[in-house]
Ligand binder design. Structure first.
Ligand code: 13P
Ligand code: SF4
Length: 301
């Protein structure tokens, strides 16, 4: 263990802190985290964890959700500017307008959204549970925010009437079917595992569609020894940990989320040492945004 990791471990103990990290952060950060996972897993951990302080190695909506789910805890972000652009790609005004316009409507909010958007939503979802939760809702009409791609994937697989919003993840939405075909042609017969934030014509090339942990589980359980991975490159760290000896091919240019990559070991250490970038959510937002988050945890069980 290097000096920085050692210092982080000492600070963690001293401050009774726990480190949560998403699969898209750099491998060196995943290595020192207590819990690494997809958005759904991390939300469950954030709710149940007993430490005094949570250091969330991820983007703003993740830290906000952790704070809302566990308001007594101090939640720190290693980089206060790490944000998900998609989290802001819907408006509260549009949601209220849709509620006026449609009877029997549920607003389903991908967890990759600001706390402000969650306050006007009926239930949150992640890519790991979106379909299950949409199908479990009593409503016929679903306004799915902010991601048009995950929304369209759900629409393809349910009988509900899904109304799409026009948000997207700039990293996944940029991946093209030509890029996927290029890797497929270079590695014939290799299975393609794709994240549902990708566009519909890219998803059409998938052997498996799922969240980051879904992709990792699939690669681990399947007997094949190589896979084409169509999502952000951070998953490679856990893929190599879980599947030693297997090969993983990515689309070119490699999909990299610049915001997730803002998290460094040094910043983890600094934020723990000096209580930097504490997440603050006002009590009204906290109260209202907790409802859809808790409903997700209930319905996804
Ligand atoms: P999951 O890890 O839940 O699949 O989410 C992907 C993502 O984009 C997180 O920002
Ligand atoms: Fe947001 Fe996309 Fe980055 Fe995930 S990968 S945090 S959805 S920009």
């Amino acid at each position: 263990m290097n000096k920085l990791s050692e210092k982080i471990n000492n600070l963690k103990e001293e401050k009774n802190a726990v480190i949560l990290a998403h699969y898209y952060v750099d491998g060196s950060v995943q290595e020192i985290a207590d819990y690494v996972g997809d958005s759904y897993y991390l939300a469950k951990i954030a709710k149940s964890c007993k430490a005094d302080t949570i250091v969330f190695c991820g983007v703003e909506f993740m830290g906000e959700s952790a704070k809302i789910l566990n308001p007594q805890k101090k939640v720190l972000m290693p980089d206060g500017s790490a944000d998900c652009p998609m989290a802001h790609m819907a408006t509260k005004e549009k949601v209220l307008e849709m509620k006026e316009k449609h009877d029997d409507l549920a607003v389903v909010c991908y967890i990759n959204s600001s706390a402000r958007l969650k306050t006007v939503s009926d239930v949150c979802v992640t890519s790991a549970n979106a379909l299950k939760i949409v199908n479990a809702l009593p409503n016929k009409n679903i306004f799915f925010i902010p991601d048009k791609n995950l929304g369209s994937f759900v629409a393809e697989n349910t009988d509900k009437n899904i109304i799409l919003n026009d948000g997207f993840c700039p990293i996944h939405n940029d991946i093209t079917k030509e890029e996927v075909m290029a890797v497929k042609n270079a590695h014939k017969g290799v299975k393609v595992l794709i994240h549902p934030e990708c566009p519909k014509d890219v998803l059409a090339l998938a052997d498996y569609i799922g969240s980051t942990s879904g992709i990792i589980d699939y690669a681990e359980k399947c007997d094949d020894d190589e896979f084409i991975i169509v999502t952000e490159t951070g998953v490679l760290y856990e893929l190599q940990e879980k599947c030693p000896g297997k090969k993983f091919w990515f689309t070119e240019p490699m999909p990299v989320c610049a915001d997730m990559k803002k998290i460094t070991l040094q910043k983890v250490c600094d934020c723990l040492e000096n209580d930097l970038n504490e997440v603050v959510v006002d009590s009204e937002t906290e109260r209202k945004a907790l409802i859809p988050l808790n409903r997700m945890l209930e319905l996804a069980k």
